[in-house]
Design a protein around this ligand. Structure first.
Ligand code: 13P
Ligand code: SF4
Length: 326
């Protein structure tokens, strides 16, 4: 996994070797050739989140990373068209930070349970309840919710963002578990909204205890969207990019990645001597994106992601405040 590097098109077939079974390779290669030609024709890049399947991650993506890296790349990449191989809020973020570019999402149903859990009215009610407390909002939200907030954060900079604010009381939305994890690392009072990620909230501390019993010596690394009893059992907690970096440095003999299933596939090449123990959960939204619908998106220039001028202005302010922190 090279999370932020531009891939050379010529070595795509080589990269897919060993990543997908040979029988799939025969089907994928012409499809990826078509995508490459369309990318050149459209002056397009494919940005892929770390939870994409390996055929997309290794075969189709030009740039790859966690939410924060994708946001930065979207703002900086030199292309007319961005295809977001990720979920809708990531595509919206790309559009907000790069309004002059055409941003496409290959399947409009690629949502997020966190983004669904909160509205701008909820933010207004929280502000009434806790007057003067700034609102920190996870990027896994709609543009309208970002616009109603003071600053956004991702899982890789949430603590730094909270610490950057003067107030001793912070409203943190919408992920209650990420909020609780941040609260454990700051002296500030954190008021959390009760949203959760449908993928990470299903892991349990008990599951990890029995994993440790069954696999002595296993290292456990977890995403901060997991519940507190899960995070208490983890040897490392961090964003998807943070987990990849930790693996690269630590090179554990055995590891369990308590996160989305594709993550282990996409980091395996970083640690060839590591055995992956795989309790994992699949994100149904991320899995809406396929090599096939990426090809269709480029062919038909669909589905364009648009953000109203008003939401974009407010959301850009919140996103740029975050980017200025880290
Ligand atoms: P990262 O920012 O860690 O990539 O997380 C995004 C996400 O949706 C995790 O569920
Ligand atoms: Fe949303 Fe969870 Fe899927 Fe990430 S893994 S996109 S937080 S539902």
């Amino acid at each position: 996994m090279t999370s932020t590097t531009q891939l050379a098109r010529s070595d795509v077939a080589e990269r897919l070797n060993g990543v997908v079974p040979p029988v799939e390779l025969a089907i994928l290669e012409p499809l990826i050739d078509e995508i490459d030609a369309l990318k050149r024709q459209r002056n397009a890049v494919v940005l892929a989140h770390n939870y994409m399947t390996p055929d997309i991650f290794y075969g189709v993506a030009d740039l790859r990373g966690d939410s924060l890296q994708l946001a930065r790349m979207a703002a900086e990449v030199d292309a007319e068209v961005i295809v977001m191989a990720g979920v809708h809020f990531m595509a919206e973020t790309a559009k907000i930070l790069s309004p002059e570019k055409t941003v496409l999402i290959p399947d409009t149903r690629a949502g997020c349970s966190l983004a669904e859990s909160i509205t701008p009215n909820d933010i207004a009610r929280l502000r009434q309840q806790y007057p003067g407390a700034p609102v920190v909002t996870y990027v896994n939200t709609s543009a309208a919710v970002k616009a109603a907030s003071d600053i956004t954060c991702t899982s890789s900079n949430a603590v730094a963002v909270v610490e950057s604010l003067e107030s001793d009381t912070i409203i943190f939305t919408p992920d209650q578990y990420l909020g609780a994890w941040v609260a454990g690392q700051t002296d500030k009072e954190i008021i959390v909204w009760e949203g959760a990620c449908e993928v990470h909230e299903r892991f349990t501390g008990r599951q990890l205890l029995s994993l440790r019993d069954d696999t002595p010596g296993v290292k456990i690394i977890a995403h901060p969207e997991c519940p507190p009893d899960v995070l208490a059992e983890a040897d490392y907690v961090g964003s998807t990019a943070g987990m990849a970096n930790w693996l690269k440095v630590e090179q554990p003999e055995q590891v369990a990645m308590i996160t989305e299933c594709s993550m282990a596939d996409n980091v395996a090449d970083l640690v060839p001597n590591t055995t992956f123990i795989r309790p994992c959960n699949m994100c149904p939204h991320m899995k809406r994106i396929t090599v096939h619908n990426i090809r269709t998106a480029l062919e038909d220039m669909e589905h364009e992601v648009l953000v109203s001028e008003e939401d974009a202005r407010g959301a850009r302010r919140s996103l740029e405040a975050m980017l200025a922190v880290t």
